[in-house]
Design a protein around this ligand. Sequence first.
Ligand code: NCD
Ligand code: ZN
Length: 346
Amino acid sequence: MSSEITIPPIADFHVHVRDGDMMRLVVPTIRQGGVSVAYIMPNLVPPLTTVDDVLNYKERLKDVDPEVNYLMTLYLSPAITPPVIRAAKKAGITGVKCYPHGVTTNSDHGVQSYEPFYPTFAAMEEEDMVLNLHGECPSRDPDIHLLNAEESFLPTLFDIHKRFPKLRIVLEHCTSKAAVEAVLKCGDSVAATITAHHLYLTLDNWAGNSHNFCKPVAKLPSDRQALIEAATSGNKKFFFGSDSAPHPLSAKEKGRNAAAGVYTQSHALAYLAEIFEKAGKLEKLEDFASKFGRTFYRIPEDRSGWLVTLKKEQSVVPMTIGEGVTTVVPFLAGETLHWKIYNNFA
Ligand code: NCD
Ligand code: ZN
């Protein structure tokens, strides 16, 4: 088996880098993780609901690291009308992220019902913008809980896809066998991202350990197996979106009120290599981590000369990164990874 892999930098199609001090801490870790394209989430406080907000945020990100290709998104809200969609397209914004109300971090302004947004979706379809769906039903219904919230959302995915068949839709961070099967049933305009941590975790890992708690939650071993098979299958509908979501240590260590989100950015490609190797599918890693997502989003391969080499070497994930109020605990802190990332940029 190969002990060294060199590829152009990968693409991460679901990234949270926050703002202020946290942004300054985590943005430099995008390239450390072997990533040159970062699809940036808009769930800041307050959320990014105007074209100007998004463009200003992009400038702040470029001030920290100008070498990353930041693909930007708007936060779906009543402010995102068809004229805003047209302006966003002209301004080079790639997509619109839809958070159901109250299901995850900073989703208080999320959608309560999809129907009012049909004119917006129609404009997005016309303008060829991407709709990024956080696929969970809000838990207002007493029958909805952490484990079935994603599966219960799938009829909504089918419905939006049927109404807007040319609209490119990404079911973000899918976590269940049911979601994988649903995406396979849809046409080519529907794809899904899969995170690194959901290829490792099941519910046993987050029950009692808030550092592994994220939304949607990791589910059963059979669900994890379905995600591993989808990611390593060579099917272009499934590609990498880390959903790396840093929270300060103080927000994670709050017992039942712990913030949802797992930080994986700095070791993104190393986490993936571990899983692909175990599955005997290392040769599929680049497709999943770079090529399929770039194809869906029409982003060319990185030809800057920057190359990422993965070497079969042990390295221990640090216990924390940052300091003071922006101390963040990375995924698998203190554990040994068997692949190490080397970037050839200075
Ligand atoms: C994300 C965050 O912290 O912003 N949290 C998470 O648990 N994944 C939001 C999200 O993607 O749901
Ligand atoms: Zn996310």
